[in-house]
Design a protein around this ligand. Structure first.
Ligand code: NBP
Length: 481
């Protein structure tokens, strides 16, 4: 029997479609699933006629693979990955490769790379984006971990990934948890992007009273310009759907409570740990949490009924303003995501190629967009770029839309309509560009009650003041750091 090129464990939505993708590209794939019915269902169903081999135990899976063996896991993130890795350690041999393609927490991946290494195995944490359709037709793949594994798995991964202009949306990201980290930040940016689009819809609906069909047309028009992206495209499609049963726009029948699986939270936590400003990403996570605070929202709606009326605004002008505000806010959200990756790369010594990451996301993933070319260009022109906002294309775009951005945010504030991501992006932009912030006072308060010291703008060193001393005169006393 000719041996399989790769083994795939986990035949749920992602695993099954990835196996079909690999087999469709001519690779022989040995498939295993804990609930073995799913193996038969695949082999007798969608997998018929393709080079797929069923394995009904991990021993059988190992025996069916070419050496060095490559085994990819597409199972639920967390404990299942640890369980299967432990079992694989028993049946694999030194030099074999385990690839975790799930949405694992990158610190778990760091630990698993080490564990696998201690058993002579190579471990790769590969972020896979694009959902079911991407898995089948070409995802964006972000592999990282044991560097020596890359030449072995590259032919398969670069073959099944999405391609743009002949280039695969899959490159080696870096050591240990770098691949899963980048996938996590991709998702954090995705949270912000989705939230911003949600706010644009909310404004058109509540300020302008547009119908869903009218909004569909607006999104279609936007998708032909600088906002062109998968998320804008699917939003137009969603707005156009009518519920079969009621004849109402389906979107309006969906409960407004958004769920989450953790990658937005991890991105936010990482920003906090690294001390990177990423308020729009954090707000996007918080906005989902607020949407789910059902009981409090119900009470607040009764307690604080709004009497605001829809403002008399010029419809076309306001739609254009929302578009500018959306683009400027989106630039800020991406600037924050790339800043998180830049700082993580420095902190963990990953040497991430930020421009290349933008290229990996050009297709196959949820945040795929034309816009990413400009990010690549920005880092090509200036590899040391500290913030995307400072690159000429983005600087000019934000400046062009700034006035309309402010109009949109202030209109919503006046009407009592929440715009957490639009307004946090604007506050981020304003905070970065404002010369003197309020934080001199915060630092003085910290020194007042906690002797945390402060720096002066007119001389070096750290200082403390006895703020409670009588009189108006206050002495800055130099302190040792
Ligand atoms: P799920 O995340 O729903 O996981 C289901 C799979 O995990 C099944 O094959 C199940 O086997 C297996 N599994 C579980 Br649960 N516990 C197990 C255990 N202890 N031992 C062995 N197998 C176990 O599947 P998915 O939606 O296809 O996602 C797979 C991974 O890809 C996840 O990490 C997910 O976060 C990530 N991801 C998903 C998407 C998406 O759009 N769905 C996109 C990108 C990444 P069983 O059949 O026996 O229960």
């Amino acid at each position: 029997m000719s041996r399989a090129d790769i083994g795939l464990i986990g035949l749920a939505v992602m695993g099954e479609n990835l196996a079909l993708n690999m087999a469709g590209k001519g690779f022989t794939v040995a498939v295993y699933n804990r609930t073995t019915d799913k193996i038969d269902r695949l082999l007798q169903g969608r997998g018929q006629g393709l080079p797929l081999v069923g394995a009904y135990s991990l021993e059988e899976l190992a025996a069916s693979l070419k050496k060095p063996r490559k085994v990819m896991l597409m199972v639920k993130a967390g404990q299942p990955v640890d369980n299967i890795l432990q079992q694989l350690i028993e049946v694999l041999e030194p030099g074999d490769i385990v690839i975790d393609g799930g949405n694992s927490y990158y610190r778990d991946t760091v630990r698993r790379v080490e564990l696998a290494r201690s058993h002579g195995l190579r471990f790769v944490g590969a972020g896979v984006s694009g959902g079911e359709e991407g898995a089948l037709n070409g995802p964006s793949i972000m592999p990282g971990g044991s560097d020596e594994a890359w030449p072995e798995i590259a032919p398969i991964f670069q073959s099944i990934a999405a391609h743009v202009g002949g280039e695969p949306c899959c490159q080696w990201i870096g050591p240990d948890g770098a691949g899963h980290f980048v996938k996590t930040v991709h998702n954090g940016i995705e949270y912000a992007d989705m939230q911003l689009i949600g706010e644009a819809y909310f404004l058109m609906k509540n300020v302008l009273g547009l119908t869903n069909q009218e909004m569909k047309s607006v999104f279609e028009e936007w998708n032909a310009g600088e906002l062109e992206s998968y998320l804008i495209e699917i939003t137009g499609e969603i707005l156009g759907k009518i519920d079969e049963d009621t004849g109402e726009p389906l979107l309006e029948l969906i409960k407004d409570a958004a769920g989450q699986k953790g990658t937005g939270k991890w991105t936010s936590q990482e920003a906090l740990d690294l001390g990177v400003p990423a308020p729009t990403v954090v707000e996007a996570v918080m906005a989902r949490i607020v949407s789910g605070a059902e009981e409090q929202r119900k009470i607040a709606q009764e307690l604080f009924q709004t009497t605001m009326t829809v403002k008399d605004v010029d419809r076309e002008e306001f739609i254009a303003a929302i578009r500018s505000a959306l683009f400027a806010s989106k630039i800020c959200a991406y600037a924050q995501g790339f800043d998180i990756m830049r700082q993580a790369s420095i902190e963990y010594g990953w040497n991430l190629k930020l421009g290349d990451l933008a290229m990996i996301w050009r297709d196959g993933c949820i945040i795929r967009a034309q816009f990413l070319h400009h990010i690549k260009e920005a880092y090509d022109n200036n590899p040391g770029l500290v913030n995307l906002l400072f690159a000429p294309y983005f600087k000019e775009a934000v400046e062009r839309g700034e006035k309309q951005w402010r109009t949109v945010v202030s209109t919503a504030v006046e009407l009592g309509l929440p715009l957490p991501a639009f307004s946090s992006a604007l506050a981020y932009f304003d905070s970065l560009r404002t010369g003197q912030l309020w934080t001199n006072l915060v630092q003085a308060q910290r020194d007042y009650f906690g002797a945390h010291t402060y720096q002066r703008i007119d001389r070096p060193g750290a200082f403390h003041t006895e703020w409670q001393s009588p009189g108006e005169q206050a002495k800055s006393v130099p302190v040792e750091w």
